[in-house]
Design a protein around this ligand. Structure first.
Ligand SMILES: Nc1ncnc2c1ncn2[C@@H]1O[C@H](COP(=O)(O)OP(=O)(O)O)[C@@H](O)[C@H]1O
Ligand SMILES: [Mg+2]
Length: 307
């Protein structure tokens, strides 16, 4: 049992008990403001969350194969403490089917075919949903750090069968599956992450392409795929789409009526070069504070203002 005087907790996972380096920067920025933070493992059964007035979800990246347990935990914490972001927002955001809500709201997303585990898709039914040519991606709707994600070449028979196996394995354990065309411009342009603090644009970074081929069993134990980040100013079109997404949240994400402590909008270019939404991270986004001067101070101020 941690003995503490801190009233603020950063929730992390057992693999990162001392937090991710980026959150250490944030912890230091809070300390400069006289605010102590405990790093607490979200699924540690000995923790009395009621001792914390505020719990900020940070590096809890190991929940992706047990989202129901994680969602329960968020609701339990919220009974005694203020959870950031709120449990209702997290409940909406941990499963990428929320992308359908964005699409309905008129926002461009990466075109996606969805496979539901309840539908008992056989190999043929999965196969017919793959694109006829080009590369495509298979991933579960609940994921972080590109876990359980693979890239396949539709023109190679053996890769199509690997993709079927990958999809079937996910479906067989009750996970919903997404099929997307691999948007090639990511290889040259990369992915752009736009970070919003309290609803205000803070900074953006570039993330290099991550997927190099079919899903491999050895990847199952990786907490996240190694990412290559660099500072990058978002284009006007990216910035505008990011702002539209954040502006739409109050009407589509339950409980997002006030400004959220953090929101990250990840965009990639479609084949015409127009940005489309890959994901919106309201649960446990890396905020890439090391890449943007002043950003740690902005997040620390936003947290401090809520205490
Ligand atoms: N349709 C796609 N086209 C190109 N790259 C993709 C596509 N989908 C996923 N990726 C790559 O896989 C990574 C992880 O996918 P993402 O949808 O962001 O899930 P998460 O980060 O939640 O695991 C992305 O950062 C990107 O590099
Ligand atoms: Mg991502």
């Amino acid at each position: 049992m941690t003995t503490t005087t801190a009233r603020l907790a950063f929730a992390t996972c057992a693999e990162l008990p001392e937090l991710d380096p980026d959150d250490q920067i944030l912890r230091d920025a809070l300390l400069e403001r006289g605010i102590a933070t405990d790093a607490v493992v979200w699924d540690d059964p000995t923790i009395d969350w009621g001792t914390y007035d505020h719990v900020v979800i940070r590096s809890t990246w190991d929940y992706t194969d047990r989202p129901a347990q994680f969602a329960d935990w968020t609701r339990r914490v919220e009974r005694t403490s203020t959870l950031l972001n709120p449990a209702s927002v997290v409940g909406w955001n941990i499963d990428k089917t929320y992308l359908r809500d964005l699409e309905k709201a008129g926002l461009p997303i990466v075109p996606t075919i969805w496979l539901d585990p309840e539908r008992n898709h056989d190999s043929r039914a999965i196969h017919t949903r793959f694109p006829a040519f080009g590369d495509f991606v298979i991933k579960p709707t609940v994921s972080a750090g590109a876990r359980d994600t693979g890239r396949y070449d539709a023109g190679v028979t053996q890769q199509r069968s690997l993709a079927i196996t990958h999809a079937k394995n996910l479906l067989s354990v009750g996970r919903r599956v997404m099929i997307q065309r691999y948007l090639r411009k990511i290889d040259t342009v990369g992915e752009t992450a736009l970070v919003f603090i309290d609803g205000q644009f803070s900074h953006s970074v570039r993330k290099g392409a991550l997927l190099d081929g079919p899903y491999r069993e050895q990847q199952a134990d990786e907490l996240y795929r190694q990412e290559i980040m660099t500072a990058r100013e978002a284009s006007d079109a990216e910035r505008e789409l990011g702002e539209r997404v954040v502006a739409a949240l109050p009407t589509i994400a339950p409980g997002a009526d006030g400004p959220l402590l953090y929101a990250r909008v990840d965009l990639i270019p479609d084949d015409e070069g127009n940005p489309v939404v890959l994901e919106v991270e309201l649960t446990e986004p890396s905020l890439f504070l090391a890449h943007a001067e002043g950003s740690a101070a902005r997040v620390a101020d936003a947290i401090a203002a809520r205490l």
